[in-house]
Design a protein. Structure first.
Length: 489
């Protein structure tokens, strides 16, 4: 009798969940190496909700691993294998091992799985059976994926649709993942390591296409080609929704939209966009407000709490998706007005001694500039500190000269040592290159997280706004600053 594959068992468990049944007598067991990361922790949460056995390991305990353990996952603190795979009895060995992009062939746990003949896959291979039977809404783009995904999720749930989802950050009241009982599943389609090539979406969103991840894509051309492959995977009868204001997304549309293929809609502020924000101006809630038109006819007024013109575009994308899912325009606009943001996206960390500290995940030159422009629009003439932690040596070097004008909206800029992530190099020297490339009149290299926080503590005054920017540990700088200011008494 033929034994079912892990893919078949995973699909059966997912189907049973949608039918309201159990995962079956023998649901698969999945082990995730790097389970504390944003991508894998979200997948683990969905698996647990579907009744699938989950175990995993990470280098260190975190809030994510603690939440997974509380939900029923078996978490191992160190990535190593001895005797038994990851400390598991033979009868509990996993059917498949899902690894993060950071897990290389030297990883002992991965080697143990190989010796035992356990299949080892990355997200692009895991996603097809994981999402089988779902109507996938995939949100791609160099910038704005997490925010746009979160806006769509909040809007669909407000309409009564219990969509499943995976978001690259925590949405208050929702977390970062949910299996859902609807066939609709909204996922942040990460281009890193070509994860999004594992998706066959019914709706694909492209917020922008601007070269990033030079360790994965050696040139802008290879980056654009990856997006061409992604949109080519949209299912028959599906739709691509892209930003008409972005040069990269427009080039993609012009190349791919001709001839037979999915329907294609554009959104943005420019003339010619199918869904357009008209008369954009600062709104009463701290973000931008505008009238929304579709094909020249007004469909209502959009007003946001989330600051920045870039978030107005993200909201237009969410609006277009939700309306395609059948949610009335008035209901979508009301939900977007309530959207208050996600973790590490212009997140208010606190105010002490009149100093306001905000944290943002921005780590690409365009993202840094957009976040600082949003801060300037919100805080006016207050002194703004940009505290930037470069993320990876490959990105820092490839985009070095693009950082030249990223800090223009800040009054003072500090550049910390590089956050190396999966790479190695001289952290301080690479950071110093960023300051040397910048044209900002008041930019300095500030050292590590501790030294940068101490420098800020010595120089900030009441009324200052401190923005910590980066995808690594930059959030700790603002947290330490707030602790120091509180300790001043």
């Amino acid at each position: 009798m033929r034994r079912e594959t892990w893919q078949q068992r995973l699909q059966q468990a997912a189907s049973a969940h949608l039918r309201g049944g159990s995962a079956g007598a023998a649901p698969p067991r999945v082990h995730l190496i790097g389970i504390g990361g944003a991508g894998l922790s979200a997948i683990a949460h969905v698996l647990l909700e579907q009744g699938i056995g989950v175990s995993g390991s990470d280098r260190q305990e975190s809030e994510r691993t603690r939440r997974l353990a509380a939900a029923g996952a078996r978490i191992f603190g160190r990535q190593e294998a001895a005797g038994e795979f990851a400390g598991l009895p033979a009868r509990e060995q996993p059917d498949v091992v899902l690894i993060s992009s950071a897990v290389d062939e030297a990883n002992q746990e991965r080697q143990a799985a190989q010796r035992l003949g356990i299949p080892i896959v990355k997200r692009d291979s895991f996603l097809p059976p994981f999402l089988a039977g779902r109507e996938v809404i995939a949100v791609s783009g160099t910038h704005g994926k997490s925010t746009t995904t979160a806006m769509i999720v909040q809007t669909l749930h407000a309409s009564g649709c219990d969509a499943g989802y995976i978001i690259g950050a925590d949405l208050p009241g929702y977390g970062n993942a949910h299996a859902g009982t609807s066939r609709v599943f909204v996922i942040e389609a990460d281009e890193y390591d070509r994860m999004f090539h594992g998706l066959t979406p019914a709706v694909a969103v492209v917020t922008n296409v601007e070269w990033d991840h030079p360790d994965c894509y050696l040139s802008p051309a290879s980056f654009s080609e990856a997006f061409r492959q992604f949109v080519a995977q949209v299912r028959g009868g599906g739709c691509v929704i892209s930003c008409g204001d972005d040069a990269g997304a427009e080039a993609l549309r012009q190349e791919c939209a001709a001839g037979v293929g999915p329907a294609w809609l554009t959104y943005g502020l420019n003339d010619g966009c199918d869904v357009r924000a008209v008369g954009a101006a600062a709104g009463a809630q701290g973000g931008f407000a505008a009238t929304v038109e579709q094909e020249g006819s007004s469909i209502g007024r959009l007003e946001l709490q989330a600051p920045g013109v870039h978030n107005l575009r993200n909201a237009l994308a969410a609006l277009t998706v939700a309306r395609r899912c059948g949610v009335p325009a008035a209901q979508v606009l009301a939900s977007l007005q309530e959207y208050a943001g996600i973790g590490r996206r212009f997140e208010l960390k606190g105010t002490r001694k009149g100093v306001t500290v905000i944290d943002d995940y921005a780590h690409h030159p365009t993202e840094v500039a957009a976040t600082l422009a949003a801060a300037r629009a919100r805080f006016g003439d207050r002194r703004i500190w940009a505290v930037f932690q470069p993320h990876t040596f490959s990105r820092t070097h490839a985009l070095l000269h693009s950082f030249a004008r990223s800090f223009d909206d800040a009054d003072a800029a500090l550049v910390t040592d590089v956050y190396a992530a999966r790479e190695s190099g001289d952290r301080a020297a690479s950071a110093a290159e960023v300051t040397a490339a910048s044209v900002h009149p008041s930019i300095r290299h500030s050292g590590d997280v501790e030294n940068t926080s101490a420098l800020l503590h010595a120089e900030v005054v009441a009324g200052d706004v401190v923005l910590t920017l980066g995808a690594g540990t930059s959030h700790r700088i603002g947290e330490l600053l707030l602790e120091r200011l509180a300790a001043d008494g």
